[in-house]
Design a binder for this molecule. Structure first.
Ligand code: ARG
Length: 265
């Protein structure tokens, strides 16, 4: 909600102030570029024209886990695994179109609750040195506040100017307690039990637009999916992530049940 207003205003101001300049450059606020193919399960969701719009995680050779708000419709999406620099062919990429999109039935785009979606691929991704599956947490296991996790993505944010290679970026962030995240100084009750927050109380480091759906990894497991926020890197507002552990059983049910075939989309 907040973020759309923010992005709109931000985009407008940037376009206005920086004519002719590429204003969306830095990925992930305050982060760095990890070595190529070090996050082996991250996937780029792209439009049919090759425009990156969200991240995701490969959880099975036929399935990608992402945010429900990344749903652009089956015909508009292309998935790329094994990527590092977007728009540069590195020889490690594998492409697949989606066959089915399964947003969580409780997803609510007003509250952002249950912002999680599974994408079944038309063709399987072959696992190799550059591409592996993302481990998920077991159902309802929490991460304690203060635990440092890592979020990665190709999302864009700051207007650093000049062209930098569009490589994957990553940043380490501590988990923020739901009590603090829900306080009147912060998200004021909008954080549901299906969300977790992460960020520094000093701000500066965060996921941002275009990182959506991408993994927040704690102890090697994808505990969060980039979901929403209020601006990016604001000291008062940590990033909000879908709490993957709340949906582990749902994920397994979809992937491993023969009912999958019965979903109509
Ligand atoms: N909804 C945004 C997207 O579509 C992600 C926002 C995350 N914001 C944040 N401050 N962590 O990419």
């Amino acid at each position: 909600m907040f973020e759309y207003v923010y992005i709109y205003i931000y985009t407008y101001i940037c376009l206005f102030l920086l004519p002719g300049q590429d204003f969306i450059q830095a990925r992930i606020v305050g982060g760095y570029a990890p070595s190529p193919n070090s996050v082996k399960y991250i996937v780029s969701l792209q439009s049919s024209k090759g425009q990156h719009f969200c991240g995701g995680s490969l959880v099975h050779k036929y399935w990608v886990l992402t945010a429900a708000h990344c749903n652009m419709g089956v015909d508009q999406m292309m998935l790329v695994a094994g990527d590092y620099a977007l728009g540069v062919y590195e020889g490690t990429e594998q492409y697949s179109k989606p066959h089915l999109l399964i947003p969580h039935p409780l997803y609510n785009k007003t509250t952002n609750n249950a912002d999680i979606m599974l994408i079944k691929l038309r063709a399987p991704i072959e696992l190799n040195r550059y591409i592996s599956l993302a481990p998920l947490p077991t159902q309802n296991t929490g991460v304690l506040p203060g635990r440092v996790c890592r979020v990665s993505g190709w999302g864009s944010t700051s207007h650093s100017g000049g062209k930098i290679p569009p490589t994957l970026h990553t940043v380490k962030l501590p988990i923020v307690s739901t009590a603090k995240c829900n306080s009147s100084e912060s998200f004021n009750g909008n954080i549901t039990s299906n969300m977790i927050c992460a960020g520094y109380s000093t701000g500066g480091k965060d996921a941002c637009k275009g990182d959506s759906g991408g993994p927040l990894v704690c102890d090697g497991r994808v505990y969060g999916l980039v979901s929403w926020g209020n601006g990016c890197g604001d000291a008062k507002f940590p990033g909000v992530y879908t709490a993957v552990s709340r949906f582990r059983r749902w994920v397994d049910r979809i992937i491993y049940s023969s009912f999958t075939r019965c979903y109509k989309y």
